[in-house]
Design a protein around this ligand. Structure first.
Ligand SMILES: Nc1ncnc2c1ncn2[C@@H]1O[C@H](COP(=O)(O)OP(=O)(O)OP(=O)(O)O)[C@@H](O)[C@H]1O
Ligand SMILES: [Mg+2]
Length: 259
């Protein structure tokens, strides 16, 4: 394990170990996992596997003793639990014991009284604090926000998004929590997020997409950036199976089909 002190993108300095995702193919691409305390954008078009990858990351963590938190915005967590049953490696005890914590972000909005479509700077601060308090209270070391897109939909100014992400990132880094933020891309979109400021702030970007091969559409994964580690930048074919995500090098001669 790499324990050298390293500076995160947000200026905080932490002893840098790795968060081994538990998704073997991804850990190999990242040479051992995500630098601990990083905030990573997981970007992709609809159905490319963002939620599936996020959930496997959390379940593998919970199984190995790292408490994990899923903050869901678009899908109700009760429905997610039903979908989790399709994974052979998922046990409902993980949720019952609190090793895997599932929270509906709209419940937090309601508790904080955030009912207007556009959030003010003060409301963004309240939301950030509520998330950081939840991470601190539960002691989780892995967190997923699914999706960042639906949160920033309510934050209209670039500088407010920047502040939101910087404050969240610094806080989560201080708590030693390694975080994935999903980002919904329109097909063919050139950037990795809604405003384009998000990818500059986060420590890493993992891109999920589609590629065609002899009439089939394959799911592909590519690590675009990951501060604090060397990594492959090659494109991998990603297969969603009941035993988890499997990655294989994407052979030449296949034409990419947008994101
Ligand atoms: N357990 C599973 N085994 C095999 N394939 C699955 C499994 N779960 C989901 N899928 C496939 O993955 C697709 C969606 O995956 P997922 O929900 O992770 O994508 P997403 O990128 O989060 O999509 P969205 O942008 O709609 O939220 C499904 O349409 C289905 O084809
Ligand atoms: Mg999803």
């Amino acid at each position: 394990m790499d324990t050298a002190a390293a500076s995160s993108g947000t200026g905080a300095v932490v002893a840098r170990g790795r968060t081994v995702t538990g998704i073997e193919g991804l850990d190999n691409i990242l040479n051992g996992g995500i630098p601990r305390g990083s905030m990573v954008l997981l970007a992709g078009a609809v159905g490319t596997g963002k939620t599936t990858l996020s959930l496997e990351y959390l379940i593998r963590g919970a199984e190995s003793g790292e408490r994990s938190l899923f903050l869901s915005v678009t899908e109700h967590t009760a429905k997610l639990v039903e979908n989790l049953a399709t994974f052979e490696f998922f046990r409902s005890e993980l949720v019952e014991s609190g090793a895997l914590v599932l929270v509906d972000l709209p419940d937090i909005y309601t508790r904080l009284g955030l009912d207007r479509e556009e959030l003010s700077s003060e409301e963004i601060f309240l939301l950030t604090k509520a998330i950081l308090d939840l991470v601190a209270e539960t002691g989780v070391k892995r967190c997923v926000l699914d999706s960042l897109t639906s949160v920033v939909y309510r934050i209209h100014r670039d500088e407010q998004i920047r502040d939101f992400l910087l404050t969240l990132s610094r806080g989560l880094n201080r708590l030693g929590c390694t975080t994935l933020l999903t980002s919904e891309l329109a097909s063919g979109q050139a950037r990795y997020s809604t405003h384009g400021v998000e990818e500059a702030i986060v420590d890493g970007v993992i891109l999920l997409g589609n590629a065609s091969r002899r009439g089939d559409i394959l799911r592909v994964l590519q690590v675009v950036k990951m501060r604090g580690t060397s990594h492959s930048r090659a494109q991998y074919v990603m297969e969603l199976t009941p035993i988890g995500l499997l990655m294989a090098p994407h052979l030449k001669g296949n034409s990419p089909e947008g994101t």
